[in-house]
Structure formats: C-alpha cells, structure tokens
Design a protein. Structure first.
Length: 161
C-alpha cells in the first residue's frame, strides 16, 4: 500500500471473501475474523496519515522495509516491516532534529505464514471489528537518536516527536 501511495495511486481494491487465503475478513459459520491482510491494512491506516518522506539508510542482511510519513501534527511515523524469518533488526533513527518522545506499536504473529494469533499493540481485532491497543512501548532516545528493535517476522509503527 505504501508503494502504491508513493507512486500516486488513487486507491486499492482487495478481493476475497468467505474463508479464502487472501481475504481481509474471513467468515466461517456466521463468525467474522480479521485475517493477516486486515492487520496490515490497519497498520497502514495508523501509520499513513500525512505526507510521505524519503527514507535513507544503510543496508544490512536483514530483509527490512521502512516507510516514513510526516503527520499533520509534525510527528514522524515510521512503519518498519521485518520480512526476515530469522533475523531481528535494530534501527538507529536520526531525524536530524531534536526528539522528545517516541512510541512503538508492534504487529506480531507466531510466524510469517500465521493466519491466527495475530496482534497489533498486544490486541486482536474482535469479531465486531473493534480493536484497541493494550501495549505500546516507549522508544529509547539518546542524543536525538531513537533506537528500536524489530524482531524477525514482525512489523512496528514507530511514532517520533
């Protein structure tokens, strides 16, 4: 979704339904459940409210993608996706300005191919589509550099201001 936003897409259509593998919301015996795609869409919604920023970084061997957004309230929102199945990633984030606070909201699952036991902020999306974060960490900040670890096969929304 970020790649499409960076390239000026006006919208995205997802197809699915029932209990299909790629459906955002599965229906089984009249019960609704959020699937992995739904959690990715929710993370995008939380991290994409603003103007996309370029990201510069040094590469290492971890399969990691970072997207940055400047929100209307001057916060920097970083969506960090660690697609590596075995290596954690540690980020040292320097925005070139003074940082006073930072928070981390984590998207986790048992494995990259999990279809259940997925949480965002320590909570699952309920069958009525309600969701509320139960866990948000403080980012470590020292000398205007924020440090965040993103475990293998997970994602995080880092908010800095």
């Amino acid at each position: 979704m970020y790649t499409l936003a960076q390239n000026g897409a006006a919208g995205i259509n997802f197809h699915g339904g029932g209990a299909g593998l790629y459906t955002p919301i599965a229906v089984s015996q009249g019960e609704y459940s959020a699937r992995p795609l739904y959690y990715g869409m929710l993370l995008f919604k939380l991290g994409s409210g603003g103007r996309l920023l370029p990201v510069k970084g040094s590469q290492n061997s971890v399969n990691l993608t970072v997207y940055a957004v400047l929100s209307d309230n001057d916060h920097v929102l970083l969506t960090v996706i660690n697609k590596d199945s075995s290596q954690n990633a540690t980020l040292a984030i320097n925005l070139g300005r003074q940082l006073t606070r930072g928070s981390v909201l984590r998207l986790t699952s048992p494995s990259l191919d999990s279809t259940s036991d997925i949480t965002l902020g320590g909570s699952s999306v309920q069958s009525d589509a309600s969701w509320q974060s139960h866990t948000q960490e403080q980012a470590q900040i020292s000398e205007n550099i924020a440090s965040v670890e993103v475990p293998a096969a997970s994602a995080a929304l880092v908010t800095l201001h």
